[in-house]
Design a protein around this ligand. Structure first.
Ligand code: GRF
Length: 201
């Protein structure tokens, strides 16, 4: 399964996927390319160092969101990408990219969806006062973090947590379940049944 990872920043989720792949823990997953909309993203440096192909496609070089998403779709189709994993990609995936890869784009979100979609999910959870939060791997649809849920992990909110401490605890679980989801998809064990995801065991 030829995988493209899309990242805008730090790239710790990409790095976790990369390390798992390098350690042979992601059979069937070939990380083909790291694509970023930010030329200075740390994720790009991680990819280059690992000898993974990189592409930068910036929104500002395209006249519309449509043209920008079309450029990404063309690039990924040219590379025969089969699955797209968003990993800290700070843009909404729009047409025609969405349709070109329908059901083949996944994302990781740092909250237990459908609670706290959008930006600053960890702060939203703290401000709300939940006792547990976590992370979610889901398919991407046209909404904001609304697609079918593949895997989730629960993380306790501890007394005295701030955004940084909660984010770090959640991030550990992100790094674990994103690779787990990729392994499940690569082995053909993830079935989409309308909006429900069935994991075949
Ligand atoms: C993660 O918390 C992820 O859930 C969210 O953005 C953050 C990206 O972190 N979508 P990184 O770039 O993978 O380190």
């Amino acid at each position: 399964m030829k995988l493209a990872v899309l990242a805008s920043g730090r790239g710790s989720n990409f790095e976790a996927i990369l390390r798992n792949a390098q350690a042979g823990r992601l059979p069937g997953v070939e990380i083909s390319v790291l694509l970023s909309d930010k030329p200075n993203a740390r994720a790009l440096a991680i990819a280059r160092e690992a000898g993974i192909g990189t592409v930068v496609i910036e929104r500002k070089n395209h006249e519309s969101n449509q043209a920008f998403n079309e450029a990404i779709a063309e690039e990924l189709q040219r590379r025969e990408i089969e699955l797209i994993a968003l990993a800290g990609y700070m843009r909404i995936v729009r047409e025609p990219l969405l349709s070109a890869f329908e059901g083949r784009i996944i994302n990781i979100h740092p909250a237990l969806l459908p609670a706290f979609p959008g930006l600053h999910a960890q702060k939203q959870a703290l401000d709300y006062g939940v006792r547990f939060s976590g992370c979610t791997v889901h398919f991407v649809d046209a909404g904001m973090d609304t697609g079918p849920i593949i895997l989730q992990a629960v993380v306790p909110v501890e007394y005295g947590d701030d955004e940084d401490s909660l984010s770090a605890r959640i991030l550990n679980e992100e790094h674990r379940i994103y690779s787990e989801a990729l392994a499940l998809i690569a082995s053909g064990r993830v079935q989409l049944d309308d909006r429900k995801v069935r994991i075949l065991i």
